[in-house]
Design a protein around this ligand. Structure first.
Ligand code: FE2
Length: 286
């Protein structure tokens, strides 16, 4: 593995197009979170529909969890940093998400599931990303890709740089998630003070950086903690850590360029398909 290969291969570094602060809100049965994407200011970024960041050591902020609710037509990606969350669905699938684990769920034609904290105290921290499916996959069978922390490969090209490769490719390291429709990149990078890395991102993909600890320079533009920087096109991004340890997500995906009809937990292409989704859910056909 030669880290410089990646760095040298970036001919058109992506610059920051705009920076967004999240919007504090609550969801589920009253889980406090910060919506980074899916807000009035940044409604979506094709193929991405939403990014929620949750993080609190106050049980009252998370203990109510997300009781039974449906999804159809897209994918939910839950990435835990701290704490434990149990999920159960109406197809008999159940699992426990621990620190550093990822669950990439393709809801397809429909599931009803719950996502509940498996702890009564302590820190609960992580992210949920909503990623659209193309029309041809919206009514496919539900599918899960689940990986524990130790199954996710780490790219550590130099001292002070550590990147968990959940999806996408860094040099010889290939992420664990496969999703050919949107060819996603999902990286969790930790940079010591002043450390630098160049991360390849396929040209044409929508891409953003979300800093969640410290502050980064993204091709010379400062992005602070709890900010999301949408990137212009290019073949990669150069990131430099700030004065302390910086932790950030780099997320990218191929745009679908299809009409989006969206209401709550249903994301389809047309209004008629949304009505069908409601009817199917109410009739117990999920
Ligand atoms: Fe859900």
């Amino acid at each position: 593995m030669n880290a410089n290969t990646d760095i040298d291969n970036i001919d058109r570094p992506r610059t920051v197009a705009h920076i967004h602060k999240g919007q504090a809100t609550s969801d589920g049965a009253g889980v406090r979170l910060v919506r980074m994407l899916g807000t009035a200011q940044l409604p979506d970024l094709d193929p991405f529909l939403m990014l929620d960041a949750f993080g609190s050591d106050k049980p009252g902020d998370y203990i109510a969890g997300f009781p039974d609710h449906p999804h159809r037509g897209f994918e939910t990606v839950t990435y835990m940093l701290d704490g434990r969350m149990r999920h159960r669905d109406n197809h008999g699938h159940e699992g426990l998400l621990g620190p550093g684990s990822v669950q990439w769920m393709s809801a397809g034609r429909g599931i009803v599931h719950s996502e509940m904290p498996e702890q009564l105290e302590g820190l609960m921290r992580g992210f949920q990303l909503w990623l659209n499916l193309p029309a041809r996959d919206k009514m496919s069978a539900p599918r899960y890709q689940e990986y524990a922390a130790e199954q996710i490969p780490v790219f550590a090209p130099s001292a002070g740089v550590r990147v968990k490769v959940i999806a996408g490719r860094l040099g010889d390291i290939v992420g664990v998630i496969e999703q050919p429709a949107t060819d996603p990149v999902y990286l969790d990078a930790a940079l010591d003070a002043g450390a630098e890395i160049a991360l390849p991102v396929p040209p044409g993909h929508s891409a953003f950086v979300h800093v969640y600890e410290g502050a980064a320079q993204v091709h010379g533009t400062r992005v602070a903690a709890s900010e999301l920087a949408v990137l212009n096109d290019g073949d990669g991004v150069r990131v430099t850590g700030g004065d302390t340890v910086t932790r950030l997500l780099l997320i990218a995906g191929r745009p679908l360029r299809e009409p989006v009809a969206r209401h709550g937990p249903f994301v389809m292409n047309t209004q008629a398909e949304l009505v069908q989704a409601f009817n199917d859910y109410r009739a117990g056909r999920f």
